[in-house]
Ligand binder design. Structure first.
Ligand code: NAP
Length: 253
C-alpha cells in the first residue's frame, strides 16, 4: 500500500456492506487515498469494529447501520452522511445476497424476491436517495460479479441479478451524466465469507484457480484497486462500463 496516491482528498464516499470483505477493502482504500468514508452494514457491532479499524489507520470514517433493503436505514445512511460531510462524491453499491444454490426453476418465489430486492432494487433505491446530494464530478460504482457473465448452476439466479447490474450501469450512466459517472466492477472469485462455500473446498478452489490465467483467486485489495480507479478522476472519461477483475476468467470480448 506504500505507493497509493491521494485521489480522494476532500471527497466523501459511501460504501454499502462495507464492514468486511470486498466492501471493507474498498472503504479502506478510498480512505487511505484521502476520502472521508461512511461505512455501513446490518449489524451495529460490525459497523463499530470496522470504523475502529479505519480510524486506527488515520482514516476519517463514520459508521451507520444500513440493511440495504430497509427504507428507513437507507434514508438514515444518506441523511447522516450529508449532516456530517455536506455532500457525496462517491457511492459504491456493494451489498448482495446469495441465499440458495437451487437451480432457477427450483428457486422459491420468496428467494427470487430477495435476490432482486437486495442485489438490484436496493442499489437503485440508495441512488434515488443519494442523487440530490451528489456533487458535480461524482462517481457511482456498482459491484456485480463474473457470475453476471457466466451464471454457473450453483449460483445461476444470483448470476442473473448480477447481469442486471451490467444493464443498470449503462442505463444509470445515461441518466446521471454528465455530472455523475456510473461504472461497475465484476469481481472474480475472492475468498471472503460470502464465497466460503466455494473457496474453502480445496477441489473447487483449485478448479477456479485453473480457470484464471494468473493461477490464483482474487484478493479484496484487487477489487478495491479497480473500484478506486473507476471512482477516481483517473477514470474521468469512463462511464457506463464494467471492469472485469477476475484474473482472466472468460467473460466477454
Ligand atoms: P462478505 O465478505 O461476506 O461481506 C459481506 C458484507 O456485507 C459484510 O460487511 C456484511 O455485514 C454486509 N451485508 C450483508 N448483507 C447485507 C445487507 N443486506 N445490507 C447491508 N450490508 C450487508 O462479502 P464479499 O465477498 O465481500 O461480497 C461483496 C460483494 O462482492 C457482493 O456484491 C458480492 O456479490 C460481490 N462478489 C463477491 C465475490 C467473491 O468471490 N467474494 C465474487 C463476485 C462478486 P453485516 O453482516 O453486518 O451486514
Amino acid at each position: 500500500m506504500e505507493k497509493i496516491g491521494k485521489r480522494f482528498q476532500g471527497k466523501v464516499a459511501i460504501v454499502t456492506a462495507s464492514t468486511q470483505g470486498i466492501g471493507f477493502s474498498i472503504a479502506e482504500r478510498l480512505g487511505l487515498e484521502g476520502a472521508s468514508v461512511v461505512l455501513s452494514s446490518r449489524k451495529q457491532n460490525n459497523v463499530d469494529e470496522a470504523v475502529k479499524k479505519l480510524k486506527a489507520q488515520g482514516i476519517e470514517a463514520v459508521g451507520v447501520v444500513c440493511h440495504v433493503s430497509n427504507a428507513q436505514h437507507r434514508k438514515n445512511l444518506i441523511e447522516k452522511t450529508v449532516q456530517k460531510y455536506g455532500a457525496i462524491d462517491v457511492v459504491v453499491s456493494n451489498a448482495a445476497a446469495n441465499p440458495s444454490i437451487d437451480t432457477i426453476l427450483e428457486t422459491r418465489e420468496s428467494v427470487l424476491d430477495k435476490l432482486w430486492e437486495i442485489n438490484v432494487k436496493s442499489s437503485i433505491l440508495i441512488l434515488q436517495e443519494a442523487a440530490p446530494h451528489l456533487r458535480k464530478g461524482s462517481s457511482v460504482v456498482l459491484i456485480s460479479s463474473i457470475a453476471g457473465y457466466q451464471p454457473e448452476s450453483s449460483m445461476a439466479m444470483y448470476g442473473v441479478t448480477k447481469t442486471a447490474l451490467l444493464g443498470l450501469t449503462k442505463a444509470l450512466a445515461a441518466e446521471m451524466g454528465p455530472d455523475t459517472r456510473v461504472n461497475c466492477v465484476a469481481p472474480g472469485f475472492v475468498p471472503t465469507h460470502f464465497a466460503e462455500f466455494l473457496t474453502k473446498n480445496a477441489e473447487i478452489k483449485k478448479n477456479i484457480e485453473d480457470k484464471t490465467l494468473l493461477n490464483r483467486l482474487g484478493t479484496t485489495e484487487d477489487m478495491a484497486a479497480a473500484t478506486a480507479f473507476l471512482a477516481s478522476d483517473d477514470a474521468s472519461y469512463i462511464t457506463g462500463e464494467t471492469l472485469v477483475v477476475a484474473g482472466g476468467i472468460p467473460s466477454r470480448l
